[in-house]
Design a protein around this ligand. Structure first.
Ligand code: SAM
Length: 278
């Protein structure tokens, strides 16, 4: 077992798979589902999922779409409320996993991209899109596409992280900055969280609410998950040296052992409506 493996969790599971479409075919979908299940348990994620459902006020008989539906839990939540529920998801492996998890025939999972939705104009009452736009090259175009499929009076919620809000302590500020810069340069749209409101306004929608939730990592996350992926990738890409990576790991794990580790990240959520026909 390496220094970054947690008991009971094989190394492969600790690598955070990429959720970019370009990587969908080569990333193991069991690993992606494992990561999504871990993230779904974070209190901040649960807080914003509940806020979204409240803002969307889904009604039985309506049609709801989750764009980038992952393992499908939010699609099944719409179906449980009596809606026609559709998940649009480009990863074949995640679609298969979502179908496997959904009670038979309750929800539909279709192949598609956020910026080219396989849906007719004004055919949907409710749209949600969570932690997807950060992986999309043209997020503004994708939000315009979501506005296209919404019926007049239809509701939408966008949720996303803004990776500039990531704080890790303790760490050498220079080493941490190089790790964060390396990570941000690999991501399609790392500042997504701050852009959601403007993207909805620019798509012609009326803002109805906004919220945020900060995710605080437990002490155990000094040894696993996102941080272990980040320092391994930074070392592999050469933005930090092996000695700097070792010092980083030593610093955060020693801090965690005495309960003094900190990592936080803020996610934002914005709701909007398409103006009803006068
Ligand atoms: C972090 S996961 C979030 C999944 C789900 N929304 C949730 O809340 O658990 C990101 C998802 O976006 C999907 N995705 C990536 N690029 C996409 C694109 N261009 N259009 C639609 N979905 C995309 C990925 O396959 C993945 O399922």
């Amino acid at each position: 077992m390496s220094e970054m493996e947690a008991p009971g969790e094989p190394a492969a599971k600790l690598q955070v798979g990429s959720f970019k479409v370009a990587d969908a075919a080569r990333t193991d979908s069991a690993d992606m589902a494992f990561v999504l299940d871990q993230l779904a348990q974070r209190p901040a994620v649960q807080t914003l999922k509940a806020w979204a459902l409240e803002q969307l006020a889904p009604k039985a008989g309506e049609t709801a779409v989750d764009v980038g539906s992952g393992t499908g839990e939010d699609v099944v939540a719409f179906a449980d409320l009596g809606l026609r529920a559709i998940g649009v998801e480009p990863s074949a492996g995640l679609r298969e996993e979502a179908v496997r998890r959904a009670p038979s025939g309750k929800a539909e999972f279709v192949d598609g991209l956020a910026d080219k939705l396989p849906l007719d104009d004004e055919s949907v009452d409710v749209v949600r899109c969570e932690r997807v736009l950060q992986h999309v090259e043209d997020p503004a175009g994708a939000v315009r596409e979501m506005a296209r499929v919404l019926r007049p009076g239809g509701r939408i919620v966008l949720i996303d992280t803004d990776w500039q809000t990531a704080i890790v302590h303790p760490a050498d500020p220079d080493v941490l900055q190089r790790m964060v810069d390396g990570f941000l340069s690999e991501a399609a749209n790392p500042y997504s969280g701050r852009q959601l409101r403007g993207q909805l306004v620019d798509a012609g929608l009326e803002i109805t609410g906004e919220s945020a939730a900060t995710w605080l990592e437990p002490q155990s996350c000094a040894r696993q998950g996102f941080l272990s992926m980040m320092h391994v990738r930074s070392r592999q890409s050469g933005v930090i040296t092996a000695a700097e990576a070792d010092a980083f790991v030593k610093g955060i794990t020693e801090a965690a052992d005495r309960g003094a580790f900190h990592m936080s990240l803020t996610m934002y959520a914005v709701s909007a409506v398409k103006a009803p026909v006068a």
